[in-house]
Design a protein around this ligand. Structure first.
Ligand code: GDP
Ligand code: IMO
Ligand code: MG
Length: 430
């Protein structure tokens, strides 16, 4: 038995979904433990594209169990829509195949309204959130006024909680933010009707994972977002409101640390970021445009153009420490094909001081100038590569340099969006 955890090492969109889909072949259960539908995880299977925001990326395998842990914030409308879209594609998801933790907090319409109104009020200082109500939902969780999946099973509790919360939220929305108030009646009706449809999926996920572990089953933990969007360790305040780091998987799924045997860090072969915040290696020239176009770097949740830049190994090295990474999966290597010279950021220069880690102060981070190493690129398309030896020597050297600087081996290389467009040098489950 070897349970594996997949975590993003940058600012999200590293290709976690693709890798989770690939590794699900060797797992019995796949569990999400944090974040919500701010995530957009894309898989391409049999030439068909699927984007999941809440449902774990293992759902296309009929014989595997997917679970949404207590650490996830769940917009029930989005979850139902995702189930419906899968049904239209011929994938019928029954409660035997998907569980929703009774302890997961629910995103309410007032969370979305607050997220949008606050961002609008911030003007140029906005975070660039996905507008899905993620932050306000986690705030209510910490303030102990959140509504949980279990409340969907008790209509009277649900009604009481919504009406108490709505009074306060409407005051804040209208008086502080100048937004429209929300009505109790339709909201309650919607949530009661969704409760009926979601009820059968609501269980104790922690207990399911415990029983599965005792039965010798293998668990794959699917992280969302990325380490540098982490509420504690990321580029605060330009972060999300959960902890995407590996350590959060225990609290967010309801397992002990001993249940995680391998942490796989997903590293995009370059760097991208959606939304605001510091980004030392950002390219605002034609090379950045070229990477953006070739990599099709548009957000899978909001459709926003992703900012692109060279691979920042300072960021990745921090992620090695913060997550205890056992190996790396380098994705989108094919996107770099055709660039004559590649740059790797191996340190920062902050006003004359050379540093090897990302500074905590936002001012220092904004002043950080990347220290680059240059490497020769390659011309030959690599999407057909299935083993390391199929790659041009320059591409292999690029991967080796990543291993040297991070001191972590590369176990997987992704050379295209398709499930099969992958080199598996060593499988974390084996
Ligand atoms: P996630 O949020 O980490 O799951 O990543 P996203 O799905 O948001 O973004 C990754 C995008 O890159 C998706 O459109 C994937 O289909 C695509 N992708 C993943 N791996 C590769 C790869 O190796 N090469 C190319 N060209 N595309 C990839
Ligand atoms: P996946 O799982 C990339 C970013 C938003 C914004 C910040 C806060 O697909 O990698 P939020 O809505 O969470 O309050 O927004 O975090 N963000 C992501 N960026 N990938 C994601 O998820 C993201 N989830 C949130 O763009 O900058
Ligand atoms: Mg994504």
């Amino acid at each position: 038995m070897s349970n594996t955890l997949v975590v993003g090492t940058q600012w999200g969109d590293e290709g976690k979904g693709k890798v989770v889909d690939l590794l699900t072949a060797d797992a019995d259960l796949v569990v999400r433990f944090q974040g919500g539908n701010n995530a957009g995880h894309t898989l391409v299977v049999g030439g068909k594209q699927f984007i999941f925001h809440l449902i774990p990326s293992g759902i296309l395998y009929e014989d595997k169990k997917c679970l949404i842990g207590n650490g996830v914030v769940v917009d029930p409308e989005v979850l139902l829509r995702e189930l419906e879209n899968l049904r239209k594609s011929g994938v019928v998801v029954t409660p035997e195949r998907l569980s929703l933790s009774e302890k997961a907090h629910l995103i309410m319409p007032y969370h979305r309204a607050l997220d949008l109104a606050r961002e609008a009020a911030k003007g140029t200082r906005k975070i660039g959130t996905t507008g899905r109500g993620i932050g306000p939902c986690y705030e209510d969780k910490a303030a102990r006024v959140g509504i949980r999946a279990v409340d969907l099973l008790e209509p009277d509790t649900l009604e009481e909680k919504i009406s108490v919360n709505l009074e306060e939220k409407n005051f804040y929305l209208t008086r502080r933010l100048g937004a429209d108030p929300l009505e109790l009646g339709p909201m309650l009706e919607d949530y009661l009707s969704m409760a009926e449809r979601l009820g059968p999926f609501i269980t104790d996920v922690s207990m399911e994972l415990y029983d599965a572990g005792r039965a010798g089953k293998r668990i794959l933990f699917e992280g969302a977002q990325g380490t540098h969007l982490d509420l504690d360790h990321g580029t605060y305040p330009y972060v999300t409101s959960s902890n995407p780091v590996a350590g959060a998987a225990c609290a967010g799924a309801g397992v002990g640390p001993g249940q995680i045997h391998h942490v796989l860090g997903i590293v995009k072969a370059y760097t991208t970021r959606v939304g605001g915040g510091p980004f030392a290696t950002e390219l605002t020239d034609e090379i950045g445009d070229r990477i953006q176009e070739k990599g099709r770097e548009f957000g899978s949740t909001t459709g926003r153009r992703r900012r692109c830049g060279w691979l920042d190994l300072v960021v990745v090295r921090d992620s090695v420490r913060l997550n205890g990474l056992g190996s790396l999966a380098v994705t989108k290597l094919d996107v770099l094909t055709g660039l004559e010279t590649l740059k790797l950021c191996v340190g920062y220069d902050v006003k004359g001081d050379r540093i090897a880690y990302r500074p905590t102060s936002l001012k220092k981070m904004e002043a950080a100038m990347p220290v680059y190493e240059e490497m020769p690129g390659w011309d030959r398309e690599i999407a057909g590569a299935r083993k390391m030896d199929d790659l041009p020597s320059e591409a292999r050297r690029y991967l080796e340099r990543i291993e040297e600087v991070t001191d972590v081996p590369v176990s997987i290389v992704s050379v295209g969006p398709g499930r099969e467009e992958t080199i598996v040098a060593s499988n974390p489950f084996h």
